[in-house]
Design a protein around this ligand. Sequence first.
Ligand code: SF4
Length: 334
Amino acid sequence: MTAVRHLLARAGQALLDDGRDLTPAELAELAGLPDAAVPSLAALAHEVRLARLGPTVELEGILSAKTGGCPEDCHFCAQSARFETPVRATPPLDLDQLLRAARQTAALGASEFCIVMALRGPSERIVDRVLEAAGLIRAETGLQVAASLGILAPGQARRLAEGGVHRYNHNLETARSFFPRVVSAHTWQERFDTCLRVREAGMELCSGVLLGMGESPAQRVELLGQLRELGPAEVPVNFLDPRPGTPLAERPLVGPLEAIRWIALFRLALPGVILRYAGGREITLRELQAMGLTAGINALIIGNYLTTLGRPPEEDLRMLDDLRMPIGALSGPL
Ligand code: SF4
């Protein structure tokens, strides 16, 4: 264990004392620590989170405002029209439905509400509708409004920013080197370019990952480097919840302790970001869900996900109360 202690001490010194980012080689070494060292890795990640961002946890509600029927072929996604999944395409929700969901989100103490649509990218009409909804939601609930509408043209990113959408979600999902294994209808570069556009337009970038699709530890470290290039304010961490009918339906789940290891590594690699628990956490982490919040996580999606059910919000609120972690708004990167 002397070698483990040495590696952790060096990482702690870099992040907490010297203000230096860990190198890819250091992250790869930490990724290879034995299982027995994962709680110590988590403890270091927690210390870094508290030092950089304090104990506050940000809550966000997400709403699928247009579900299913997507022309793209992301192998993990039940909303692709190319796979035989139980998800049926439904028309976009109307303004009343969006407002009702936003009110429910605000009542839970959340500060963020994200409007999500299953699209390759939005038409101008969709952008108009989202801007109209964003204005009403902000005025009525005080929630900050985020959007996730797929690949954006440059003018669209500007319109959303000027219309008051403060954060835009577009996930890199996985490393550039692994992406062609799971998506062929668009390229990793198209995703990266949309993320750059979001930043150029002045919105906060939320760019998440999906772990457990068959990528190697080295590819996860590669992904961390690519996220660093983008400088996101927020990184939602999803774990694959293999959906029936998708090409990844038979993949095994990430193990709970392995999930904690990677949450901690994401915090150590991206010390100032809002690191959000997202889809797949309940079935992946099971009894270790609270441990993620002492391993670097400082934000939650509360309530249901896009096509899967989350656990009841009351359970998450109790978990935060038990951990003595206050709920509030965050903005990054810090
Ligand atoms: S992940 Fe998004 S772009 Fe890909 S199939 Fe699903 S909804 Fe479409």
